[in-house]
Design a protein around this ligand. Structure first.
Ligand code: 5GP
Ligand code: ZN
Length: 111
């Protein structure tokens, strides 16, 4: 069994507040939101970080990027949104399953 928190969320072993899923990704609310809206977009495949992306993932990466504005709109973020990808310990990554943070609304901290 996987020890990865996001694989466990994918498999329903850990509950989450899911807002979207398809055959490639799933999206849920961050447990410690840093803004009014704080979603995590995660590929179904366990990919550790940006460091582990290969050409076979090009379609997945494009899918994820193109999905972000759609999700932001659905969350009412008509004015814009912020995306963050932390990579490696030096980049502040805590969960080593690739994910994109989508943040917006009130309480968005300064960058
Ligand atoms: P990272 O620092 O790796 O880029 O971000 C990991 C994020 O995952 C953090 O913002 C943290 O709050 C969130 N997180 C960690 N564990 C859980 C969990 O069990 N459920 C949810 N919904 N979010 C989590
Ligand atoms: Zn995983």
């Amino acid at each position: 069994m996987s020890e990865c928190i996001f694989c466990k969320i994918r498999d329903g072993e850990i509950p989450s507040d899911k807002v979207y899923e398809d055959d490639q990704v799933f999206v849920f609310r961050d447990i410690h939101p840093k803004a009014e809206v704080h979603l995590l977009m995660v590929p179904r495949e366990h990919i550790g970080s940006l460091n582990n992306l290969a050409p076979q993932h090009d379609g997945l990466v494009a899918h994820m990027l193109r999905l972000l504005p759609q999700l932001a709109r659905e969350q009412g973020l008509d004015d814009g949104f912020r995306t963050i990808i932390n990579t490696g310990k030096g980049g502040g990554q805590e969960v080593f399953h690739l994910h994109i943070h989508l943040l917006g609304g009130s309480d968005l901290p300064g960058f």
